[in-house]
Design a binder for this molecule. Structure first.
Ligand SMILES: Nc1ncnc2c1ncn2[C@@H]1O[C@H](COP(=O)(O)OP(=O)(O)O)[C@@H](O)[C@H]1O
Ligand SMILES: [Mg+2]
Length: 319
């Protein structure tokens, strides 16, 4: 369904060129939930923005391909991409208010979006809006439809954003940290909801998070990113039970039970390298417990080391 090949994204900045993404290769099949996990600044959002043509003006894509249903998204005109955005591919973000109209009642907002995708009367659109609210498990949907976003809780708002995103309904939903701002119980409910919509409507999901625990709950496959590169990918169960990269292992070991894992990610000593001056060898070398001379000298590429399990680490190669 979606295929990203050798994607590279650079940013121009006053301090020179920032190599934000390097050699990203990923595929999403129909109906699948794929997770991207990594600490803040690892390039997760940039990957999502690249797909939808939402990168900022100072971004460049010197090489790479993004193919959606056989169409090269990077070659599309703004209008053509807009036609895909929202309709075929929808995106939700951490902060639901950014996707909501602050001065329009919830039911009307939903009805408007539903009308955009179907030839229906206002009355029918409103009826479908109520149905859409039920689909995202909002109790008393008639009542909520008459409210403004600011009158609702963060969890409720995110449900409404999901209902808006599902209006078409899309073939692919890109969810960029949609539960990060919510407390743990609500977070769990939203994850269940996304999983349910994936099963019921067959919508594929690209789920972006800094939280390995979240990935474990809903993703079929997981991609671990570090400093703008994919360092490990495979079936979620495999990656979590048989992690091959020292960074993935460190993430798993640092994972506290039920506590804030953003703190845990920071618990790995050292810092992410400067993206405008990337090290010659492995980007994780300066923080790696098992670093070898080769790691400093030569960059390891992502390679298949087990069945459907890719890793970029010299330790995992027969040298
Ligand atoms: N507009 C921009 N200009 C310059 N650098 C940027 C810009 N946007 C992102 N970056 C760089 O890309 C890195 C990855 O960003 P991002 O994808 O937002 O990380 P994540 O979502 O994983 O937290 C940032 O740390 C920053 O160095
Ligand atoms: Mg982000």
């Amino acid at each position: 369904m979606l295929e990203i090949k050798n994607l590279r994204v650079d940013f121009d900045s006053r301090r020179g060129k920032i190599e934000a993404l390097k050699n990203i290769n990923l595929t999403i099949k129909k109906g699948e939930i794929v997770g991207i996990v990594g600490e803040s600044g690892s390039g997760k959002s940039i990957t999502a923005f690249s797909i939808l043509g939402l990168l900022e003006k100072n971004a460049q894509i010197p090489n790479g391909e993004i193919t959606y249903m056989g169409q090269n998204l990077l070659a599309l005109k703004k209008k053509e991409l807009q036609a895909i955005r929202g309709k075929k591919i929808a995106m939700i973000f951490q902060e639901p208010m950014t996707a909501l109209h602050p001065t329009m009642k919830v039911g009307k907002q939903l009805a408007e979006v539903l009308k955009r995708h179907r030839r229906i009367s206002n009355k029918e659109a409103y009826r479908l809006a109520i149905e859409a609210l039920k689909d995202v498990h909002i109790h008393h949907p008639e009542q909520v439809a008459k409210q403004y976003p600011f009158e609702l809780s963060g969890g409720m708002r995110q449900r409404i954003v999901i209902a808006l995103a599902m209006a078409a309904p899309p073939e692919l939903l890109i969810a960029d940290e949609p539960t990060t701002a919510l407390d743990v119980t609500i977070q769990h409910e939203i994850l269940q909801l996304i999983q349910e919509l994936n099963e019921k409507k067959g919508t594929a999901v690209l789920f972006i998070t800094h939280d390995l625990g979240v990935v474990a709950q809903i993703c079929d496959r997981t991609i671990v990113m570090y400093a703008g590169e994919m360092i490990e990918s495979g079936k979620t169960k495999e990656v979590l039970s048989q992690p091959q990269h020292p960074y993935t292992k460190a993430l798993i070991e640092a994972l506290p039970d039920g506590k804030d894992s953003n703190e845990a990610l920071k618990a790995i000593p050292g810092e992410v390298p400067n993206l405008s001056n990337r090290p010659q060898g492995c980007a994780f070398a300066s923080r790696c417990e098992h670093v070898m001379e080769l790691c400093q000298r030569k960059h390891p590429e992502l390679e298949l080391v087990r069945k459907e399990h890719d890793v970029s680490c010299w330790l995992r190669r027969d040298l």
